[in-house]
Design a protein around this ligand. Structure first.
Ligand SMILES: [Zn+2]
Length: 181
């Protein structure tokens, strides 16, 4: 029987529950006995190494990956591959992910699809195009309570890749995001 690969993308602003949803899906596969690999960026050290961790304190054992080039080697034994905070890996992640899907693996990716200025955040333009399934999560605007789709940065730094948590970023709706400050 042919094994058909699949790409699932979970995206949205910070604090929308993306990692929680990724962990939920990975647990379902692990509980049914499938070989699951979870990876996260080595530079994302907010809540400690060795596991995916959500803001809600859910966790799932994960390997740390320094760059997208390591993915194919790490994933050799796995049928299900979960990747958290995919925006940290940049555009280089799209090729290895497509190769895994083409080889019959199921890849589930979580991350922020827009940067702190609201621009498309690589590798999400490519991943969203390639995906079999997309889940866009929203949360509540920190300013007005409307549905929030943006991650507003509260500190001065124009590097799109800058780690932060509550106090450094705020989820905002379209209107409050445009208003800035
Ligand atoms: Zn708002």
């Amino acid at each position: 029987m042919t094994t058909v690969g699949r790409l699932e993308v979970i995206c949205g602003p910070m604090f929308a529950g993306k990692t929680t949803e990724l962990i939920r899906r990975l647990r379902l596969h692990a509980d049914s006995g499938e070989a699951v690999l979870a990876v996260k960026p080595a530079r994302d050290t907010r809540y400690g190494a060795g596991a995916l961790r959500s803001h809600a304190r859910d966790s799932f054992i994960a390997l740390e990956m320094h760059g997208a080039g390591e993915l194919l080697t790490l994933a050799v034994q796995a049928g299900i591959i979960g990747i958290d905070e995919a925006h940290f890996f940049g555009a280089d992640l799209a090729g290895p992910v497509a190769a895994l899907v083409a080889s019959g693996k199921r890849v589930i990716i979580s991350g922020i699809e827009r940067d702190h200025r609201g621009r498309p955040f690589p590798p999400f333009p490519d991943l969203l195009c390639e995906a079999d399934e997309v889940l866009k999560l929203a949360t509540v605007c920190a300013r007005c309570g409307a549905p929030a789709i943006h991650s507003h940065r509260l500190f001065e730094n124009d590097d799109p890749i800058a780690v932060g948590g509550p106090g450094e970023y705020e989820a905002r709706c379209r209107v409050c995001f445009r208003a800035g400050a």
